[in-house]
Design a protein around this ligand. Structure first.
Ligand code: ZN
Ligand code: ZN
Length: 306
């Protein structure tokens, strides 16, 4: 079996995609079909793969990158002539590996209920996916369900589980030193590993405006090591895919920022419930600092980043 980038112009790929769309429509109530068509799969945030055996198409699958370094699995379909040969399992494993490489902290999918969805559900559960809240703008209904695989305990967890554990990967990570944090009103709560790679006081005008303070103390960490425990639906994102600030929609608190295309989280340290092990090591963008503010500590000062 060979898995490679799928060609949406390939007639076998198009035929299987059509079969997938029709199958979804047959087995889902009106208004509950979210499967992507050809145009939907051509969007830049989507990676699409096909599994082949020589010239025979075995199956297709896609990964959509959502804002905030989350991933959504789409268009998983095995060719009817190649069922029960491990095609879907191989494609799912491939998606999980790519997602880990990209620093995605959670993989999610939307699917339906009923007998025709059971084999797929069993497959996802065997990889540790479990039912959870709607995500990415989906609305809950009696028919659809949402599965998530949390990868926030790091890139090694799936290697340890070999992707076959039926236990939630959550159980393994309680032993880590974790910090919690929340917004002013408490609607949004998160947890993050106490393993920040750096911590800075940023005096740039963006940080001053985003916080309303003289400067922002931030701590940086790979974004998969942070996860929102509750209030995901209350998060408001300001910015674009490359860099965005996540605020609570209710109280306005800046909770953290995602930078470097979502791979790095900058936690606004004022939202932490406990003291992290790290301390700010320097002042940056001091050239833009508020003129009414005087830096009175001995930390090194840099006009720009360093
Ligand atoms: Zn809030
Ligand atoms: Zn700044």
């Amino acid at each position: 079996m060979r898995i490679s980038a799928g060609d949406l112009r390939d007639p076998q790929v198009q035929r299987l995609l059509l079969l997938h769309l029709n199958g979804m429509r047959q087995n889902s109530p009106e208004g509950s079909v979210y499967a992507l068509d050809l145009a939907g799969l051509e969007q830049p945030e989507i990676s699409f793969w096909a599994a082949w055996d020589e010239g025979d198409l075995l199956g297709i699958a896609a990964l959509k990158v959502l804002p905030g370094a989350e991933g959504e699995i789409k268009s998983m379909r095995t060719s009817p002539e190649h069922l029960r040969k491990g095609v879907a399992r191989a494609l799912l494993k491939h998606i999980i590996e790519v997602a880990k490489e990209q620093g995605i902290w959670r993989l999610s999918l939307e699917t339906g209920s009923g007998a025709s969805f059971e084999p797929a559900l069993a497959l996802y559960r065997s990889f540790g996916f479990s039912n959870g809240a709607p995500f990415g703008g989906y609305r809950a209904s009696d028919f659809n369900q949402f599965l998530h695989l949390d990868m926030s305990d790091g890139p090694t967890s799936l290697d340890q589980n070999k992707g076959l554990s039926t236990e939630s990967p959550h159980s393994a990570q309680i032993v880590d030193d974790r910090l919690t944090g929340r917004c002013l009103c408490g609607a949004v709560r998160y947890e993050v590993a106490d393993a920040f790679e750096y911590s800075l006081n940023c005096h740039c005008s963006d940080c001053r405006r985003a916080t309303g303070a003289a400067f922002k103390s931030l701590a940086g960490i790979a974004s998969y090591k942070l996860r929102v425990r509750s209030g995901e639906e209350s998060i408001f994102r300001y910015g674009d895919k490359a860099a965005q600030d996540l605020h609570c929609r209710n109280c306005g608190s800046l909770i953290y920022s995602l930078v470097h295309d979502g791979r790095i989280a900058h936690v606004a340290m004022g939202t932490l419930d406990q003291a992290p092990s790290i301390r700010p090591s320097k002042h940056i963008f001091v050239a833009s600092k508020a003129p009414w503010h005087e830096i009175t500590d001995d930390l090194p000062q840099f006009d720009e980043f360093d």
